[in-house]
Structures are given as structure tokens and as C-alpha cells.
Design a binder for this molecule. Structure first.
Ligand SMILES: *Cc1c(COP(=O)(O)O)cnc(C)c1O
Length: 486
């Protein structure tokens, strides 16, 4: 099943093109007509693969099929919202008018894209119940970082630097990392027996040195913090800020709004919720929304509108400054804009409901077969535990690897940390009931295999191009270079 390298398919003289002889005068070096200084030129033509056109096509088509993707199979990756992204949004983001824009073009020539970005900020503010958004951050963690900078600037402006950020033990790892990068001390609060924030513990840790509480709601267990209003009150009583990690906005779309729950600041992951595929490392976008009192601190420049004309405005004296060059990751922003416009507010609500119904359907199908330590019902995702299979010598990783044999991507494993041997499942809104049934039946079958023939699981996957890789070796000593034999 392994595809040879294109270099290994090379045969001298073979080409993938047929062009007439070059009629441009040849330069001094025999092949470049350009006035490039000799020291920058090769002595010999690079050893590129020489392959026929059909072999180029077959090679790259086969390679593309080795890739696992949402377009080929189900991807129930918890905390990541790997849902299907409508192709129409891909098309729109590739319109010539967008892709040929140059970041140094004058603002008068870029009114269209400025209008789109301005409107997108307004859409996101409306969806989240916030007063303003910045589209600058390039990822979720970048949004968190910007949010932390703003929290710092806010307290300094109010006369006193604050040093602590409170973060629940179920949080995504980027939360404490972003806060620490801004120089804050992290105070971790333990979840209670229901997997939610413990109000008494929160109260005990809250004082006037706390800059913000960083909350994920629905939290990483897929549970809604039902005491959110009480939590907001406790935070605001000491004039701290309530930060929401909104990477998992799917379950709230069109149903409820963070701003209405007392959230002061939040980031979204457009590459999870708003129609940008992800998983390949980017690009993404992590817009950040704030309430009125934090607007002056947003990154500048900001887009302003006057008499139907748009421009970048730089004059915001309290701004934390620029966090991304030019217009941000516009391709991602355009997809989100097209997505929101094409589905409308009813569509958004359907997504929210679909995410919740699908997760609960799957949760119910699996309960009784696999341990689900927290909650009776969930929001967009739920966390199972394979702890009991340890007695058969089976690790969560073995289950994850075995799923690949049956054509399913593995759920997130070993996160959140508060669940031992966690297997975290987020089916998303875009899957059909049949797919969910098939996944549930497969997982149940694998759990049965774990009891009856554990050896199959320990050596899984069996049907993939490569089986278990030495991931540490691959990360520390990657060998990515082809060297000619002999
Ligand atoms: C994905 C995710 C993040 C980080 O987003 P990136 O774009 O990967 O930086 C933060 N918090 C939660 C809950 C997430 O799921």
C-alpha cells in the first residue's frame, strides 16, 4: 500500500509537459536569460524527478487518498469539532477578487473586503452577545493570549496590576499556557464530583489579585456550567473578568449567548465552528469578543465605518497594539462570513441543536457498554473512560488504534486530564443517524474484542499503510530527506 517517492519513479529524459523549444535568448550561463549574478546560479540543473504526466497525476492522487479526512470518514474528535464544512464556502473564499488582493493595496481599493470583515465582526458580536470583536488572532490559543493581554491592560488602566488567573482543572492545556505566557500566576481549581466548578472553592480563591477566571462552557466534559450566573457574580464582585474559552461554540449557536451569561471576553475558533477545516496545522482564526468596558483595549488598527466607507483606524490610545500583520487570515474569515450568511439565524440554531442531539444520541447508545463518569446528559460532546479494560491489559490507545481498522478516526484520548483513560467523543451536527449507529456498533464490538481477543487490539491498526509508529522518534529525529542511492 505504500506509495514510492516520486524521485524513485524518475527515469532520465521523461517529462510531464510538451512545450515548443524556448525562443528566449539564452544567457551567459547557458540556460538563464535573466541578469542574475553568477554566484547565485547553479552549476548544474537540479536533479528533479523526470516523470510522465500520467504518473504525476497518479502519484499525487494516491497520496491524497492516504490522507484521512472529514470528506472521507467520520471524525469524532472531542474538543475539536471536526465537522463537515460546506464546499460553497470554500468556493467563495477562492473568488478571484479575494485571492488577488494585495495587502499593500490602498484602502479605497479594498472596500469590499473591509466591509466583509466589518460585517463579520458585527455578526460574531450578535451571535455571542458581545459589544465588539477583533478578527486579528490567528488561532484559539492566540485569541486566549490576546485576551490575557487585554485583561492585564484593563486592570493596569484601573490603577492596579493583578497577578492571578483562575483556571479549572478540566481546562484545555492552552488556557494555562496562554496565561503563563503573559506572566500571570495560574491558580487551578478542582472540579466537583459532578465535573463542574465548585462554587465554594471558587469563592475561596477569589480575591482582588485575580485578573480573570478562564472558563470553558460547555466545559471539556461536555457539561454546561449551570451555575454560570452565580459564577459571574462571584467574579464581578471583585471586579475580575470572566473569560470564556469559546472554542466549543457549536452547542450554543443560536440557542444561548455568552454575553447574556455575564461573559466579559471570549475567543471563538472559526476553524472549528465556522466552516474552516482544520487538523493540518492551519491556517485558522481565533477572533476575540469583548464587552463595552474592554473595547478600548482591543488590538489596533480596527475597521471603522463612516457613510458607507470603511477604513483602518489606528488611533486607540489604550489599545494593546497589533497582534497580526495586515488583514488577519482573511481566507478563514471569508469562509465564516459566507457560512453565517448562507445558513442564517435559523440555520445556526439548527447546528446548535444538531450538535446536542447527536452527542446525546451517541452517548445513550454507548452507555451500558462503556463507562461515562460524568453527567446524565451532555452538550456537544461527552467523555468516556476505558479504565475497566485495563484488567484485560488494554489501554485507551489500543481502542483508538483499533478504530482505524474499521475506518473511523479515533476520538481524542487521555483528555481531559480529570478523567482516567479518557476517550472524548464529539460527533458534531453534520453526521447522520446511520453514521452514528455504525460508529456505536463498532466501538461496542471493539470493547467486546478487548475482552475476547485483546491481542488484536494491542497490535492494531492492521489495515493502515503503516501500523504503530515510534512517535517520539518521529518527533525528535524526523528523517524527511530523500538521498539518492549509490
Ligand atoms: C482547540 C481548542 C483550543 C485551542 O485552539 P487552537 O486554535 O488549536 O489554538 C482552546 N480551547 C479549547 C477548548 C479547544 O478545543
Amino acid at each position: 500500500m505504500l506509495e514510492k517517492l516520486i524521485f524513485e519513479k524518475s527515469s532520465p529524459g521523461r517529462t510531464a509537459y510538451s512545450l515548443p523549444e524556448c525562443d528566449v535568448p539564452v544567457g551567459a550561463n547557458n540556460y538563464s536569460p535573466l541578469p542574475i549574478p553568477k554566484r547565485f546560479l547553479r552549476d548544474e540543473i537540479a536533479e528533479l524527478p523526470e516523470v510522465a504526466e500520467i504518473d504525476v497525476v497518479r502519484h499525487f492522487t494516491r497520496l491524497s487518498q492516504l490522507n484521512y479526512s472529514v470528506d472521507t470518514n467520520f471524525y469524532p474528535l472531542g474538543s475539536c469539532t471536526m465537522k463537515y464544512n460546506p464546499k460553497v464556502n470554500e468556493d467563495v473564499s477562492r473568488y478571484e477578487g479575494f485571492v488577488n488582493l494585495h495587502p499593500y493595496q490602498s484602502q479605497e481599493q479594498c472596500q469590499g473586503i473591509l466591509q466583509i470583515l466589518y460585517d463579520l465582526e458585527e455578526f460574531l458580536a450578535e451571535i455571542c452577545g458581545m459589544d465588539a470583536f477583533t478578527l486579528q488572532p490567528a488561532a484559539g490559543a492566540h485569541g486566549e493570549f490576546v485576551g490575557m493581554l487585554i485583561s492585564h491592560a484593563y486592570h493596569v488602566k484601573n490603577g492596579k496590576r493583578r497577578n492571578k488567573i483562575i483556571i479549572p482543572d478540566s481546562a484545555h492545556g492552552t488556557n494555562p499556557a496562554s496565561a503563563a505566557m503573559c506572566g500571570f500566576d495560574i491558580v487551578e481549581v478542582k472540579s466537583n464530583s459532578q465535573g463542574l466548578i465548585d462554587i465554594e472553592t471558587l469563592k475561596r480563591n477569589m480575591d482582588s489579585d485575580v485578573a480573570a477566571l478562564m472558563l470553558t462552557n460547555p466545559n471539556t466534559l461536555g457539561l454546561f456550567e449551570k451555575d454560570i450566573l452565580k459564577i459571574a457574580e462571584i467574579v464581578h464582585d471583585v471586579d475580575a473578568l470572566l473569560y470564556l474559552d469559546g472554542a466549543n461554540m457549536n452547542a450554543m449557536l443560536g440557542i444561548t449567548r455568552p454575553g447574556d451569561m455575564g461573559i466579559d471576553i471570549l475567543h471563538l475558533n472559526l476553524h472549528k465552528t465556522f466552516s474552516t477545516p482544520h487538523g493540518g496545522g492551519g491556517p485558522g482564526a481565533g477572533p476575540l469578543g469583548v464587552v463595552k468596558k474592554l473595547v478600548p483595549f482591543l488590538p489596533a488598527p480596527r475597521i471603522t465605518k463612516k457613510n458607507d466607507s470603511y477604513k483602518w483606524q489606528y488611533d486607540f490610545p489604550d489599545s494593546i497594539g497589533r497582534v497580526k500583520p495586515f488583514y488577519g487570515n482573511t481566507g478563514v474569515l471569508i469562509r465564516a462570513y459566507a457560512y453565517i450568511l448562507s445558513i442564517g439565524s435559523e440555520g445556526l440554531r439548527k447546528i446548535g441543536k444538531g450538535a446536542i442531539i447527536n452527542a446525546n444520541y451517541l452517548r445513550k447508545k454507548l452507555s451500558g457498554y462503556i463507562e461515562i463518569p460524568y453527567g446524565e446528559r451532555c452538550m456537544h460532546e461527552f467523555v468516556t473512560s476505558t479504565k475497566k479494560l485495563k484488567a484485560n491489559g488494554i489501554a485507551t490507545l489500543d481502542i483508538a488504534k483499533r478504530l482505524l481498522d474499521y475506518g473511523f478516526h479515533s476520538p481524542t484520548i487521555y483528555f481531559p486530564l480529570i478523567v482516567e483513560d479518557a476517550l472524548m467523543i464529539e460527533p458534531t451536527d453534520t453526521e447522520t443517524r446511520e453514521t452514528l449507529d455504525e460508529f456505536a456498533e463498532t466501538l461496542i464490538k471493539i470493547i467486546e474484542e478487548a475482552r475476547t481477543c485483546p491481542e488484536i487490539l494491542k497490535k492494531a491498526p492492521h489495515n493502515t499503510p503503516v501500523s504503530r509508529l515510534d512517535e517520539v522518534q518521529a518527533a525528535r529525529n524526523p528523517d524527511l530527506r530523500w538521498r539518492k542511492q549509490g
